[in-house]
Design a protein around this ligand. Structure first.
Ligand code: G3P
Length: 223
């Protein structure tokens, strides 16, 4: 993971239904090249291979299931994510929570497969617990701010500061990323000033009238 990083979580918003996910990923790739800023995208799982095969920026899966390949129905084991071309996986997002045992299993499994892991957590202490699993990075996202346009870096700067402090205590080599409500250049700038090494953004980009303009605005703060 090249830091600082802007990670675009497309979720499953209707705006990225079907081929639109690839279009957004291509815009992100163009901005990343133009500014020389690290940007990764997490498309809907159905578009993972298409996006991974057609852009040169890191592509993350939005999640994985704690199962081995085999007689499973409707599950996505990490092996299938890797084979689809993803370079990493977001785990334990507030909208897709995992049990601790399953999270630990998935982080290890992903690591063995050469997949990066971005483990999300809702608060500083859970972030510290996540860091103990030694993922590639931890992302702190207060769930109550997700999708609100009220940025974590403005509304809850103390959460970021405390998370950075606790994660450093557990393992100083694990970077902290943050997300929830981030929508402007200032929000990203502030997040970095508070000690994070990147941001995880969804609605402000996916729902923007002009994807390029919004990605450009946020990425410039990491320049
Ligand atoms: O994964 C990022 C996400 O949960 C934040 O969502 O819409 O507040 O940027 P949003």
């Amino acid at each position: 993971m090249k830091l600082p990083i802007l990670i675009i979580n497309m979720k499953v918003y209707p705006e990225v239904l079907g081929k639109r996910a690839l279009e957004l990923a291509k815009v992100a790739e163009a901005v990343s090249r133009e500014l020389g800023v690290s940007i990764a995208v997490a498309p809907p799982i159905t578009e993972l291979r298409l996006v991974a095969e057609n852009v040169g920026i890191p592509v993350y899966a939005q999640g994985a299931d704690p199962v081995e390949p085999g007689a499973r129905t409707g599950h996505v084991p990490p092996e299938f994510i890797k084979e689809a071309g993803a370079s990493g996986v977001i785990l334990n997002h507030s909208e897709n929570r995992l049990l601790l045992n399953d999270l630990g299993w998935l982080v290890n499994r992903a690591k063995n497969l050469g997949l990066e892991t971005l483990v999300c957590a809702p608060d500083p202490y859970t972030s510290a617990a996540a860091a103990a699993l030694e993922p590639t990075a931890v992302a702190v996202e207060p769930p109550e701010l997700i999708g609100t346009g009220k940025a974590v870096s403005r509304e809850k700067p103390d959460v970021i500061v405390k998370t950075v402090e606790l994660v450093k205590r557990v393992n100083p080599s694990i970077p902290v990323i943050t997300g929830a409500g981030i929508e402007s250049y200032e929000d990203v700038k502030r997040a970095v000033e508070l000690g994070t090494q990147g941001v995880l953004v969804a609605s402000a980009i996916v729902k923007a009238r002009d994807w390029r303009q919004k990605i450009m605005e946020l990425a410039k703060a990491l320049h």
